[in-house]
Design a protein around this ligand. Structure first.
Ligand code: FES
Length: 149
């Protein structure tokens, strides 16, 4: 589907801005929002380009940079932090050979940090694309990553 087709599936109201941006990102093979797509959205919703850009820049779930097929988001909010999310992040960086914010050379994984995923009772937690994983340990992460390779 082209960006124009994705955008036109939504009613022309600024309330739909985030939904449109999410759809554009999810439909891009490199899971990000291009400048051209933002310009189309701005025109469609009668907004300035800078206000659309500002929204994309503000929300951590939206990205201006090309990313991997699987986006790993490690929660670093307080409850997960207490339950050693920092160790989980370091382990993932070592396992994938990249730092937070980077994408593996084969473009399979992008590693990011996230605010609370709403899974505090089963912390530490992470997401891979839309799927949530809780009660993480190094052994469990190794198994999960192997499933995605
Ligand atoms: S603090 Fe990590 S899921 Fe809530």
């Amino acid at each position: 589907m082209t960006p124009e087709e994705i955008i036109s599936q939504h009613a022309r109201t600024q309330d739909n801005l985030l939904n449109i941006l999410h759809d554009l990102q999810n439909n891009h093979p490199e899971q990000h929002i291009t400048r051209e797509a933002m310009d189309l959205v701005a025109r469609y919703l009668n907004m300035t380009k800078s206000s659309v850009y500002g929204v994309v820049d503000y929300y951590s779930m939206l990205s201006l940079k090309p990313r991997g097929k699987f986006i790993i988001r490690v929660c670093i909010s307080p409850v997960c932090h207490i339950k050693k999310a920092g160790t989980i992040l370091v382990y993932l960086e070592k396992e994938l050979g990249i730092k937070s914010g980077e994408t593996t050379p084969d473009k399979l994984f992008t590693l990011e940090v996230a605010e609370c995923l709403g899974q505090c009772q089963e912390a530490p937690s992470m997401m891979i694309n839309e799927k949530v994983f809780n009660n993480l340990t190094e052994e469990r992460i190794k198994e999960i990553i192997a499933q995605y390779k």
